[in-house]
Design a binder for this molecule. Structure first.
Ligand code: A2P
Length: 277
């Protein structure tokens, strides 16, 4: 598998394409991870909220590839940040480690900007200083959440993981994240599959003899993102990583951005942003 990497602000290298584990169910997650790692995936993105950390650990062990060669990210769920103290937040991290069967993660993230973000970030900074989290980041932070965080953070997040796809680009947030020296990382890069039917995507795919999924993933990479497409199918995993042998023109990049329709996949009510204001 021909994979490219980006370098995070702290010098850590992360593959541009990783495997997203949201919605990969109990019983299929270990096999999915084992297959992906055997194929050459070196980044697995999970979360305590996905309820598959233990299977992620199992899949990596079964792959036979040394743990140190895999970039594992996991996240603290928002309910563990609401009316919880720093001891609870630390215990939550330790639980993730034991679920995964490892003594460090490559990235630990705040999943939603809800609850006591400051306390959580302080714990993440401690874990980073202790080397238990090799890098730390956030997810679903809008501009004002990043501004709030940067007012007190001693360590700047290395990644902001956000939803983006042609019908919900969040381009302003994407560009703002990048301008801060924070790596934008895209979840649901295919719009959970919905944008695979998009006509503009389809026309570009036909031109290059690539699939619609490959066109969207290439678009994200060319925008400067890392991304974590989810698939439980081997042939799609192979396809989703095979995007480094063609390039979209500036016009095609702009045409995909122009498909913006304001249609998110995420349930943003769950991460009620007003909660932290
Ligand atoms: P599956 O896991 O059955 O392969 P997103 O990452 O945007 O959330 O999209 C994930 C959805 O897109 C899943 O339903 C996944 O299904 C599907 N998917 C992933 N890769 C591809 C692909 N290359 N072609 C078609 N569908 C894909």
């Amino acid at each position: 598998m021909n994979m490219e990497y980006v370098t995070l602000a702290n010098g850590l290298q992360v593959p541009k394409i990783g495997l997203g584990m949201w919605n990969t169910y109990e019983g299929e997650a270990a096999k999915t991870v084992e297959t992906a790692v055997r194929l050459g995936y070196r980044r697995i993105d999970t979360a305590m909220g996905y309820k598959n950390e233990a299977e992620v650990g199992e899949g990596i062990r079964k792959s036979g590839v040394p743990r140190e060669e895999i970039f594992i990210s996991t996240k603290i769920w928002w309910a563990d940040m609401v009316d919880k103290d720093k001891a609870h937040i630390r215990a939550t991290f330790e639980k993730s480690l034991s679920n995964l069967g490892t003594d460090y993660v490559d990235m630990y993230m705040i999943h939603w900007p809800v609850g006591d973000v400051k306390a959580a970030w302080e714990v993440l900074e401690e874990l980073y200083a202790e080397g238990k989290a090799k890098s730390i980041g956030v997810c679903n932070f809008q501009k004002h959440h990043l501004e709030d965080l940067l007012a007190y953070a001693k360590v700047k997040p290395m990644i902001n993981q956000i939803e983006s796809h042609p019908t919900f680009t969040q381009d302003e947030l994407f560009q703002y994240t990048k301008s801060l020296g924070i790596q934008p990382e895209i979840w649901s890069p295919l719009g959970r599959g919905a944008d695979l039917q998009n006509e503009t995507v389809g026309a570009i795919a036909e031109k290059y003899g690539k699939s619609p999924a490959q066109v969207m993933l290439r678009w994200h990479i060319q925008r400067g993102a890392t991304t974590i497409p989810k698939s439980v199918h081997e042939e799609r995993m192979i396809q989703n990583a095979d995007i480094f042998d063609f390039a979209l023109t500036d016009e095609e990049m702009a045409a995909l951005l122009a498909e913006e329709a304001g249609t998110p996949c995420g349930n943003y009510k769950q991460g009620d942003y007003s909660f932290t204001r």
